[in-house]
Design a protein around this ligand. Structure first.
Ligand code: PAF
Length: 279
């Protein structure tokens, strides 16, 4: 497995791969790889000849009071795990190479970025779409795999790629969960024992919503209200948002139905976790 550290070298290698006719799959990550990322890499390996995993803790998607500095970084560990899962090239550039002096461009997706995480993390999605657009231009993949766990991010990236005719297939990868249901996340490692115990309530609340919907309940406010009660019953939780939205537009819906996503962000102590389910 190769590790490429510069944008110029990645661009050169991508041209070579394109010319050889290889199908390139990209899995963009910020490192701190866990089973959720590895399942995305395996998915890419099943679809592409050459799998590139980017590892880049992107400064532009973190707010000033967020965990950019403390975000776990260990490229060697991540590269070893990525290789075992089927990655051929790890692309781990430096921030000054991705955003050199005089850098001035932002990719902004309108509308879908206003609600949910977009409402609470100003500028976050601009950082995500800008870096993803850059990664797609540098690596020139035929397909790129993104996790369903970041449901709004996935919808925003799908919109960007369609709107800007970027000619890359976006492949969604399923959320991988711990045995008790907690969605895997690099930020789970921040949880204290008590917070980890309470964190299971996020997936339990989604299960509750699924059960209510399956038994015929379509009133979104009622279902979200029941989820809130359940989550608030745990001591270490503080809900930032729970919303039922149309999966394509991120607009709120009053009625649950097909293609409705119920999404949430919940603090467990200082750690903010997200989870969602598409009906
Ligand atoms: O989902 C993530 O880890 C990041 O938002 C991404 C897509 C790698 C962009 O930095």
């Amino acid at each position: 497995m190769e590790t490429i550290r510069t944008v110029a070298e990645m661009e050169r290698r991508a041209s070579e791969l394109r010319e050889s006719g290889a199908v390139i799959g990209l899995v963009p990550t910020m490192g701190a790889l866990h089973e959720g990322h590895l399942s995305l890499i395996r998915r890419a390996a099943g679809l592409a000849d050459t799998v590139v995993v980017s590892i880049f803790v992107n400064p532009t998607q973190f707010g000033p009071s967020e965990d950019f500095e403390s975000y776990p970084r260990d490229v060697e560990r991540d590269a070893a795990l990525a290789g075992e899962a089927g990655c051929d090239i790890v692309f781990a550039p430096e921030a000054h190479d991705v955003y050199p002096a005089h850098y001035a461009t932002v990719v902004h997706v309108q509308h879908l970025t206003r609600r949910l995480c977009g409402a609470f993390r100003p500028g976050h999605f601009d950082g995500v779409t800008t870096v993803v657009a850059k990664l797609l231009n540098i690596v020139r993949p035929h397909l790129a795999v993104f996790g369903r766990k970041d449901g709004q991010q996935l919808a925003v990236i799908e919109r960007m790629v369609a709107d800007l005719d970027m000619g890359v297939r976006i492949v969604p990868g399923d959320t991988v969960r711990e045995p008790d249901g907690l969605a895997m996340s690099s930020r789970n490692s921040y949880l204290s024992d008590a917070e980890r115990e309470d964190a299971v309530v996020l997936s339990q609340a989604l299960e509750l919503a699924r059960g209510l919907f399956d038994s015929g309940e379509t009133n979104a406010a009622l279902v979200v209200g029941r989820m809130r009660e359940m989550i608030e019953s745990k001591e270490t939780t503080e809900i930032q948002y729970i919303e039922a939205v149309d999966r394509a537009t991120m607009d709120p819906v009053a009625e649950l139905g097909e293609n409705v996503m119920i999404a949430m962000a919940v603090f467990l102590g200082k750690t903010r976790l997200i989870d969602n389910m598409v009906l």
